[in-house]
Design a protein around this ligand. Structure first.
Ligand code: ATP
Ligand code: MG
Length: 329
């Protein structure tokens, strides 16, 4: 079966003349019913990629090249206007604050109805039934339907946002930092809900977060982004046990030290900072911060190549260099 989402050589820039390339030649796939995590530090290009993939990029962001195919539809060249019928039905988006998706001046009930009516869902009875169903999925009481978004807590708003995203059975849901603004307990509640949802509704999820500790709880497969490029792809279990890229190792160290799993707090943040995307760098963009960088890493740029069951963009690891946490470590 062909993947639900196929992205080929996607580049996204900001600005008209000499655009800052925030997403550089990204190729990726998402399978049907797969949960994929996209992780990286702030500014690595996660949102730019996630938004461009489903064509909600806003100027000055602009697609510079590449192909996006979702469920057999070419999302890269189809005019945005013609993609409208596919919004909510094929692709739905959940952003950081539930407020973004929810209109503050209409009741929750009205917001569900607007989406369902716009897509000619069916009879009022069928609509009510589906609304009740999705609210149950996210554990929201029906009384909330009569309320306005600002009457709800942040966690409830976000769960309503998730219910709304699911109401028309989309094949792909993109969530950009959906739990970042929430406290740890509420965040945990939402992650658990999302895990349970899988058994009840069929959809693929692209879950974007700067927190690898959160991503690994939910994702089947993780894509790690650095300076606009995918630097590692692995299924979650292998990525945690045997990260391939030194950047992933550093992110894992941070996740472990923050969650208290690893008391050996070597990195609380990764020393150094990501490169300025406005400058041209010749070598591996991570090299200046990398603990295993070699001379060649400063002069030539690695490609994303298969290693084991994953992919990595690192000369040393492509040659089978010592893998952190693995048997040879
Ligand atoms: N409106 C903008 N104008 C110009 N450049 C931008 C703009 N928004 C983002 N960028 C550039 O794109 C890069 C990637 O930004 P993006 O928001 O995609 O990162 P992110 O990984 O989602 O970060 P965060 O974790 O903070 O959400 C930034 O480092 C910045 O250089
Ligand atoms: Mg972002």
């Amino acid at each position: 079966m062909s993947p639900l989402v196929q992205v080929r050589h996607l580049s996204v820039g900001y600005g008209r003349i000499n655009p800052v390339v925030a997403v550089n030649d990204v190729t990726l796939e998402v399978q049907a019913n797969e949960f994929v995590g996209l992780v990286g530090e702030s500014g690595s290009g996660k949102s730019t990629l996630g938004f461009a993939m489903v064509r909600i990029e806003r100027p000055p962001a602009r697609i510079l090249g590449g192909i996006i195919s979702i469920d057999g539809v070419d999302w890269s060249t189809t005019p945005k206007q013609d993609l409208k019928p596919h919004r909510w039905t094929k692709v739905a988006v959940v952003l950081q604050s539930g407020m973004n998706a929810l209109n503050p001046v209409t009741t929750i009930s009205r917001q569900f109805r607007d989406v369902l009516v716009q897509h000619r869902f069916g009879s009022p009875t069928a609509m009510n039934q589906r609304i009740r169903e999705v609210l149950q999925l996210v554990n929201i009481p029906e009384r909330v339907l009569a309320e306005y978004p600002d009457q709800l807590s942040g966690g409830m708003r976000q769960r309503v946002g998730i219910a709304l995203a699911l109401v028309l059975h989309p094949k792909l849901v993109v969530m950009d930092e959906p739990t970042t603004a929430l406290d740890v307990v509420v965040q945990w509640e939402i992650l658990n809900r999302l895990k349970k949802l899988r058994a009840q509704e069929a959809f693929s999820l692209l879950f974007i977060s700067h927190d690898l500790g959160v991503v690994v709880q939910l994702a089947d497969r993780v894509m790690v982004m650095y300076a606009g490029e995918i630097v590692e792809v692995q299924d979650t279990e292998n990525l945690v046990a045997r990260p391939l890229h030194p950047y992933t190792e550093a992110l894992l160290d941070i996740a472990r030290s923050e969650s208290g799993v690893d008391m050996n707090q070597r990195f609380l943040s990764i020393p150094g900072s990501p490169p300025d995307l406005r400058e041209n760098f010749i070598g591996c963009p991570f090299a200046p911060r990398c603990r295993i960088a070699e001379e060649r890493c400063l002069h030539s740029r690695p490609e994303l190549l298969p290693v084991g069951t994953g992919q990595v963009r690192c000369f040393v690891r492509q040659e089978g260099g010592k893998v952190h946490g693995g048997p040879s470590a």
